[in-house]
Design a protein around this ligand. Structure first.
Ligand SMILES: C[S@@+](CC[C@H](N)C(=O)[O-])C[C@H]1O[C@@H](n2cnc3c(N)ncnc32)[C@H](O)[C@@H]1O
Length: 250
């Protein structure tokens, strides 16, 4: 029997996701590094290597936030590549732009266009991108989100047929023992420490609870298949608390 995605399509109109990021953007990177024991950098490096494998020329980093993934692509990519970071939080994007300016003063890297907007309504033409990466963002787009289907169909619209979607995200571990410790960590530590460092307990309660309740890698794969993608690889990281999924648009 397939998994049930009961919260895809639930109405949470008052959900202040955008505001959360505008409240925590200053401490977002620091909290990320602390809570993943610094592993988040390594995972983005892995995702960037996968993303560049097939030699894409136009890459979109969705939910780019403070830009760490698109900057990792810029470090590794050839000069003739076109990189776009897209996000609806102007504050997160401003941090990304600052990092880009700082780095490009020291080193020659490809230009990155940081574009503000909602994934549910993107200003890009059909089939524009050869590859799309989403690191720690798909959860925001499909978990308890009334626009989940819209987000997935927009992603599919702007990716060219055969183009790759690379997803790095939290996942529910298969091992029940590890799931137990993972849940304790996400329930008892992340919200309070994240809340303390950022000053916004609510935002970290959401981030921790959406991580804790998020799909397993198999369930995420099924969601992608139902949205018209073919999953070509899936790698569990950190004992399955994180997944690296690659899917092609059919
Ligand atoms: C957890 S952060 C991930 C940031 C970054 N990709 C990383 O690897 O750390 C999620 C980002 O998704 C953005 N986001 C959430 N929903 C969005 C939407 N519907 N459209 C555009 N951006 C969205 C938020 O503003 C936030 O910057």
């Amino acid at each position: 029997m397939g998994p049930e995605f009961s919260h895809m399509g639930d109405k949470r109109e008052d959900f202040p996701l955008q505001n959360y990021y505008s409240d925590i953007y200053k401490s977002y990177d620091r909290v990320n590094h602390i809570f993943t024991f610094g592993r988040d950098r390594h995972w983005r490096q892995k995702a960037a290597a996968k993303c560049l494998d097939a030699g894409p020329k136009q890459i979109l980093d969705l939910c780019t936030g403070t830009g760490d993934f698109v900057l990792e692509l810029a470090h590794r990519a050839q000069e003739n590549i076109q990189l776009t970071g897209y996000d609806f939080s102007p504050d997160m994007l401003a941090v990304g732009r600052e990092k880009y300016t700082r780095i490009s003063e020291l080193k020659e890297i490809p230009t990155i266009a940081f574009v503000e907007g909602d994934v549910g309504d993107m200003p890009f033409e059909d089939n524009r991108f050869d590859a799309i990466g989403i690191t720690f963002g798909i959860r925001n787009l499909v978990y308890e989100n009334s626009n989940a289907s819209r987000h997935l169909s927009e992603i599919s619209r702007v990716l060219r047929p055969g183009g790759e979607l690379i997803i790095l995200e939290s996942s529910r571990p298969d091992s029940s023992l590890w799931r137990f410790f993972n849940t304790l960590y996400l329930q008892l530590i992340l919200p309070y420490l994240g809340g303390m460092i950022s000053g916004n307990l609510k935002a970290y309660r959401y981030l921790a609870s959406s991580s804790k309740n998020y799909y397993s890698m198999g369930e995420m794969g099924t969601i992608l298949e139902e949205a018209g993608f073919e999953v070509t690889s899936g790698q569990p990281l950190f004992l399955g608390s994180v997944m690296l999924l690659v899917a092609n648009k059919k």
